[in-house]
Design a protein around this ligand. Sequence first.
Ligand code: XBP
Ligand code: MG
Length: 237
Amino acid sequence: MLTAVLFDVDGTLADTERDGHRPAFNRAFAEHGLADRWDVEDYGRLLSVTGGQRRIERFLAERGHPDPAGLARALHRAKTEHFVEWVRSGPVRCRPGVDVLLADLRAAGLRLGVVTTGRRAWVAPLLDRLFGPAAFETVVTGDDVERLKPAPDAYLLALRRLGLDAAAAVAVEDSPPGLAAARAAGLPGVVVTNGYTAGAGFPGAAAVLESFDGLDAAGLRRAAHAPATRARPDMRG
Ligand code: XBP
Ligand code: MG
């Protein structure tokens, strides 16, 4: 029986990537004297690497930088400060329909958690700003686990904290690595796509939706228990 819903943050609860994280990375590059800037399209490709610090490190390594790990650490620290500033004072809002869905899930007695690979330094103020304090029973961030999505670690930790089996929960995600993490932890995954992930393949998703509009607790329950989609022929190993 479904008793808990675990939400991803970036791209799911809020559209943070294109106009939030991306400009924060670019400000950090500029401050460190780097000429690199991630445009909207580049950033979409870079999102296949989860975790901002790993994303920068991979980018620098591919360009032959002599100390990609060290510079990525410094850049990511600066990026996180800029992003926190945006979270506190920028025009961030939850995705349309999310607040209505959360209220309905609560009214239906479902437990709510957050599972993200982003850093707690911004996740906590973002959730506070959008949903108020203590809106979620547990919040797992990229600081809490060794391996980020698509590894199952963050979802497994959330289940452990809630004392639940995977069959009692559903993950709500926006991206292929997020869905893969949920599936690897044994959870059904309902995907709600956004500008960056519409059109991506989501093998194993219980449902793929384009928006939260009209989605309520009953609809999410139905979606979670739909048979998982088969892998697309071109996605099979
Ligand atoms: C989100 C991420 C994060 C953000 C940036 O993935 O991969 O790295 O892009 O946040 P998901 P940080 O939505 O699957 O959790 O810079 O704090 O890593
Ligand atoms: Mg996401």
